[in-house]
Structures are given as C-alpha cells and as structure tokens.
Ligand binder design. Sequence first.
Ligand code: TGC
Length: 388
Amino acid sequence: ATSGLAEDYLELDALLSADEIALRNRVRAFVGSEIAPHIAEWYESAAFPREITAKLGNLGVLGMHLRGHGCAGRSAVEYGLACMELEAGDSGLRTFVSVQGSLAMSAIHKFGSEEQKERWLPGMAAGELIGCFGLTEPTAGSDPSSMRTTARRDGSDWVMSGKKRWIGLASIADVAVIWAQTEDGVRGFLVSTEAPGFTATPIEPKLSMRASIQCDIELNDVRLPAEAVLPGVTGLKGPFSCLNEARYGIIWGAMGAARDSYEAALTYAGNRTQFGQPIAGFQTTQHKLVDMVLEIQKGTLVALRIGRMKDAGTLKPSQISFGKLNNVREAIAIAREARTILGGNGITLEHSPLRHANNLESVMTYEGTSEIHSLIMGQAITGLPAFR
Ligand code: TGC
C-alpha cells in the first residue's frame, strides 16, 4: 500500500486553478480510454492511428494555445498540462499534437495571411486537416542556416527544390510548411502535399517513436502560386519562433513520460515479491523510487514556472532551453531506472518505461538537441556564442 504522496508529493495541484485541473483531468481521461489500451499494439506495429486526429481535435488540444480561426485559445499552462498527459500515454502521440499545433498551425497563425489562416486553421484545429513543418534537411540538422532547399521566383509563381528529413506527419499531411532559401533570405511556404513534384516517404524501421510518422520529403521543381508564401516573416526567426512553442510543450511532456514510468515501477514494485517480500520494501528499490519522485516534482515545478512566464509574456528562448534540457534529461534517466525495477519483464511491451525511454531518445534530439540547448544556455550566461 502506498500513501497519497505517491502521486503528488509536494501537492503541486494547489498551484493550479480549478479550470487547469479540469482540463488536465479531461486529457488524462482521454489518454486512459483512447491511447493507453492500444499503445502497445500501435508501437509494436509501428502504426500511427489516423482515426485519433479527429478525436484529438474534438478534445480541443490541436493548436489549443492559439486564438481565433477555430482554435481553443487556452493558456500556455493548460497547453503544457495537456502535453504532459498526452506524453504519459506516448511521446509519439504528443509529437503529433506538437507538430500539428505548435509547429504547423503556429507558423500559419503567426505569419500567415487572413486567407491562409481561414483556409487551414479551422480544419487543422478539428483534426480534419493535417499539417507538417519542414525545416530539417539531410545535411542541415542543428544548423538550419545551412539549408539547401530553395524557392526561386518564376514570374509571379515560386519554384521550390530540395530535400527535407525527419519531418513528422508529412506522408499523411494535407499541407506542408516548408522553409526555403530565397533571394531575400529564409521564407516559409504553404505547400499542398498534392502538388506535382512533392513526395513524402516514411523513414522506417525505427527503434523510437514507433507510433508516429517521420518522413523524408523531396521537392522537385514544385510550382507554387504567389500566395503560397507566408507573408509575415523573413529569416530564421520565423521557424525558430515556432520551435519555441514546440520546445515549450516538450518541457511538460517529458515529465508525463517520466511520471508514467515511475507509476509503472511503483505498482510493479508493490506487487513483485522476491526473497519473501515486495521489492518495494528493499532499500535499493526505495532509493530509486525516491530519486524519481524528486526529479519529477522538480521538473514539474520547472515546467509550471516556465508556463507561468509564458502566459505573462516574459519568457525568453534561453529559459525554454533550461526546461527542455533539464526535463528531457531527467525523464530519460527516470524511464531507464524504472525499467530496472521491472527487471526482465521491463523489456516487454506490457510495461511502459522502456517504450518511454526509447521515445525520449528522439525527444532528446529533436526540437534542438540537448547539446544545442546547453550551448544556448552557455551563450545566455557567458555572452559568448559557441556555435560558430
Ligand atoms: P541566430 O543567428 O542566433 O538567429 C537567427 C535569427 O533567429 C532569431 N532567433 C530566434 N527567434 C525566436 N526564437 C528563438 N529561439 C530564436 N533563436 C534565434 C535570432 O534573433 C535571429 O533573428 P534576426 O532577426 O537577427 O535575423 O541563428 P543561429 O543559426 O546562429 O542559431 C544557432 C542555434 C544553434 C541557436 C539555432 O541554429 C538552433 O536553435 N538550432 C537547433 C535547430 C533545431 O532545433 N532544429 C529542430 C528542427 S525542427 C524539429 O526537430 C521538428 S521535429 C518535429 C517533427 O517534425 O517531427
């Protein structure tokens, strides 16, 4: 038997409003009924459940932090709480919500024309239309400024050529936000995935994020109308400001994966008997569980503090790096440690921690690697950029 402290040791719920708790509980219930019963099967078969997009739209979590054009207009903290619950289900499903809402929808919402917003955002918020976000390339990962994809003018049209890699959802997307070099600098374009010359191919097989889709994209002289360009931004601050949104969601999401791993280990340790007693009674197991509680509670506080700053409009990108670097690093350590409590049984898909740990390998790498976030913080505290 465990006390109530197993769940919310520092009573962090006291820091949340009734509306925030209600939203969190609604998403938690959705994960319990719509994701948890199926995730092992989806992960095993490397299948993204296409039917879940409309359900997530109905839940109100797609582009939920955006206002207008069919979006829910919820706070940053509410968006974070939703990410936490979704990632307790699986990082791949939270990734879908991030790519759709934080990346593709944010790009259109921040930088699109009124026509572009009205064309895409309501359907994307409903989960009826899918978007993807093409920044990374085969030879441009941590350094997007080295991208080779170009868009050149041809009369009033644009013609786009290049390659993108690791693009979530591209093979099921209706619209791709593609960032390309132009004679004026980097610009964003809304590319119909039906356009001649556009192809998206899932990258398979993967050992991580198996319940979501990441693709290679090829753009071979894709002809785009003048109105395909996002009018509101030129330069890398465009994609980077969308990345801020997705990185923010990960700060919370990682703690969801950590919490689910901890809960799996705690339950298992209470039931598993060795040497005549539940292994939860052994000092080594308790030491591991306590370390998990410490880091989950601290990481959740970090997420909440960063969320409150985001809602207040004071959050800086380097503070987002603090959260992503710390919380993903701690989450993967917790998921791996939780697996050790499960022993050999922990390597099966019956239990979540190793699935979470494998997913978190990707989370540690995408949206800025841990190394990049460390260097962003390094620049913030020393004033010296170490990138170039
Ligand atoms: P730098 O010269 O510093 O900046 C260029 C312009 O961008 C502005 N900027 C930002 N603006 C808003 N938010 C941020 N976080 C920003 N960071 C930079 C900056 O002010 C400047 O603006 P301006 O007006 O002066 O031109 O650029 P840099 O290239 O030197 O930056 C270095 C570094 C390392 C920080 C940057 O390159 C970086 O963050 N690299 C990591 C790239 C990354 O996170 N890639 C992830 C790709 S997307 C992804 O993983 C999607 S996975 C989801 C899926 O599709 O499945």
